[in-house]
Design a binder for this molecule. Structure first.
Ligand code: FES
Ligand code: FES
Length: 177
């Protein structure tokens, strides 16, 4: 049988046994863990509906190890490839005690920003947009600002068939300032 798969979620170590080597992260999330907030659109890495964020420790020369956040398409990512990493799905933004939501808020700043800019659209593409924005937000938290181009790049892998991008981009820039 395959070796166990470990990752960190909501600050807790998750261990899954018997995950076949060819199982995708999306299948593990939706079918094994019943976390259906992450959607399956194209299933081929083209639409971004299945976006989740992984966190990897990276060691810069001299400096302390840092967590680098990356939005990935879980439909084309093998579950075992995230072994030892941290993982966030759209459900985790309000469930991870380490994310420190702003005082008195029950939404993550990314979700708050989308709400305020009327950037929430259908339930299919929105979770993916939220997660791409989350990855961008976390990498810039407490420091460098994000410009229009950075926001555009971070959202370039997310498709909306209704082409309602303007409020979403606005939300991404709003959140960044
Ligand atoms: Fe479309 Fe994964 S479902 S990129
Ligand atoms: Fe979701 Fe267009 S695909 S609003």
């Amino acid at each position: 049988s395959p070796r166990p798969l470990h990752f960190l979620r909501r600050g807790q170590r998750v261990t899954l046994h018997d995950v076949p080597p060819d199982r995708t992260l999306l299948e593990v999330l939706r079918e094994d863990l019943h976390c259906t907030g992450t959607k399956e659109g194209c299933g081929e890495g083209d639409c971004g509906a299945c976006t989740v964020v992984i966190g990897e420790r990276v060691q810069d020369t001299d400096g302390p190890a840092q967590l680098r956040y990356k939005a990935i398409n879980s439909c084309i990512r093998l579950a075992h490839s995230i072994d030892g990493m941290a993982l966030w799905t759209v459900e985790d933004l309000t469930q991870d005690p380490h994310l420190h939501l702003p005082a008195g808020k029950d939404l993550h700043p990314v979700q708050e920003s989308l709400l305020q800019c009327h950037g929430t659209q259908c339930g299919f593409c929105t979770p993916g947009f939220v997660m791409s924005m989350f990855g961008m937000y976390q990498n810039h938290a407490g420091g460098s600002q994000l410009d229009r181009q950075g926001a555009q790049e971070a959202l370039s892998g997310n498709l909306c068939r209704c082409t309602g991008y303007r409020p979403i981009l606005e939300a991404a820039r709003h959140m960044a300032t």
